[in-house]
Design a protein around this ligand. Structure first.
Ligand code: SIN
Length: 429
């Protein structure tokens, strides 16, 4: 029987709906986490469907004049050095503007931009292109934060490759001192800026208007780099998984219940003794049942419910292929943007996961997320900085814990296949 339901394909390209071309210009002394913040913002906006790219002036310097420039190269008294740095910054800025002209949506200009004069220059250049500029400053004088940043990122940077760590630290501190001697913090009431003081102790928003810049504030308020594992797992095998059916609200199969026990053991073994583990599930029975051996009261999120398969809910993929060939063909052609009739697309799933991602960024303790295939693919794409269009092909097998540990510039991944092994029929859930 062929059902008369036509496919619904969202016509817009991801990002087009709210396209608001914007320049975000970082501000801050070296070792204040500008690059970290810029990359996190880029990852977040790209995931939400706004093509975003970081243009890092340090990388231009390394490529064009070599990595190992001594601290005095950056001194305000070194006129030649200042000119070279200015020219490099302008090249990066021009490349960013060209990229935005070609269809990019958010350009992140990652440089110290430490003087008012430089910032006016950036604004002027962008204004000529009709582009708004929002400055994002990381202001921090906490020696512990700066020291950790120098140790964890700067001394591993290509600027100090093969150099004795003490000599490298001395040189870098001298470089910072040069920048400090000319640094001017953001305080122009007419400029649009977000100023993050001491890693979020205080956040000042000045003239922040519009959908996109306003969306950044919740993310920036809580960014931190405390190492903690994020465990992603699908629920244990469900009665629907056994028969390759999608959607529904089935219970766990006996194999699924056994997985729940192994998962509880995994969490006990891998969480440090004094750590409280946050357990998050969807509102569907199979995820809550998977959590029961760990906690009777997980935090349930509707945002974690599986992609809504609409009129296909409860069917097998074979049924969809035979009974709804239009739906099958349209979804196969663009699995990311295809919206099930009266259901959702992956793109929709990402939008509803946004508040959960902000909450996940806030977490300082280990977090176990027990959810569903499409939803976990979407979360994984965010954490691992994969293009959202790749979501439908990310592997998230049953009875596997994916451990992602955020680091300064990404996440470390480990996968643990737990017993019992079950056949994965590929159908979501
Ligand atoms: C760098 O060369 O590392 C950054 C230059 C700057 O933004 O001042």
């Amino acid at each position: 029987m062929e059902r008369a339901v036509s496919g619904v394909r969202s016509k817009r390209v991801p990002g087009e709906r709210d396209k608001a071309t914007t320049v975000l210009s970082m501000v801050g002394l070296p070792a204040r986490g500008k690059t970290y913040i810029g990359r996190r913002v880029a990852r977040y906006l790209s995931w939400l469907g706004h093509p975003t790219r970081v243009f890092n002036v340090g990388s231009y310097r390394r490529r064009q004049i070599g990595a190992s420039q001594p601290a005095d190269f950056f001194a305000p008294t070194n006129k030649e050095g200042r000119q070279v740095l200015h020219d490099l910054a302008m090249t990066a800025l021009d490349d960013m503007l060209a990229w935005l002209r070609e269809g990019g949506e958010v350009g992140i200009f990652d440089a110290t931009n430490s003087t008012k004069e430089r910032r006016r220059f950036v604004e002027e250049r962008c204004r000529k292109e009709g582009l708004p500029v929002v400055f994002i400053e990381s202001f921090c004088n906490d020696p512990a934060v700066i020291e950790a940043n120098v140790r964890d990122t700067k001394l591993k940077s290509p600027d100090y490759v093969d150099m004795d760590p003490d000599a490298a630290a001395q040189d870098f501190l001298r470089r910072i001192a040069h920048y400090e001697s000319m640094y001017e913090t953001l305080d122009d009431p007419n400029q649009s800026y977000i100023k993050i003081i001491d890693v979020g102790r205080q956040v000042i928003l000045n003239r922040i208007h519009g959908y996109l810049p306003a969306r950044l504030a919740p993310l920036l308020i809580d960014l931190h780099v405390s190492p903690r594992p994020i465990w992603l797992t699908r629920h244990g095998q469900s009665a629907y998984n056994q028969h390759g059916r999608i959607g529904g609200d089935p219970e766990l199969s006996p194999a699924g219940e056994e997985y729940a026990k192994h998962l509880a053991e995994f969490v006990r073994k891998n969480a440090k003794r004094d750590q409280e583990v946050a357990v998050w599930t969807s509102t569907l029975r199979r995820t809550i049942q998977t959590a029961t051996k760990i906690t009777r009261s997980p935090r349930t999120w509707r945002a974690l419910d599986e992609i809504d398969a609409g009129v296909c809910d409860g069917m097998t993929y074979d049924q969809v292929r035979i009974e709804m060939p239009d739906v099958w063909a349209a979804r196969s052609a663009d699995k990311f943007r295809y919206r099930y009739p009266r259901g959702e697309s992956y793109e929709d799933v990402i939008q509803r996961l946004d508040p959960l991602i902000i909450q996940l960024e806030r977490q300082r303790s280990p977090t176990l997320v027990i959810a569903h295939q499409a939803v976990l693919r979407s979360i994984y794409a965010y954490l691992m900085d994969r293009p959202p269009g790749e979501c439908p092909s990310i592997s998230v097998p049953l009875h596997t814990v994916i451990q992602l540990t955020p680091t300064a510039y990404g996440c470390e991944e480990k996968r643990f296949a737990l017993p019992p092994h079950v056949e994965d029929q590929g159908a979501g859930g």
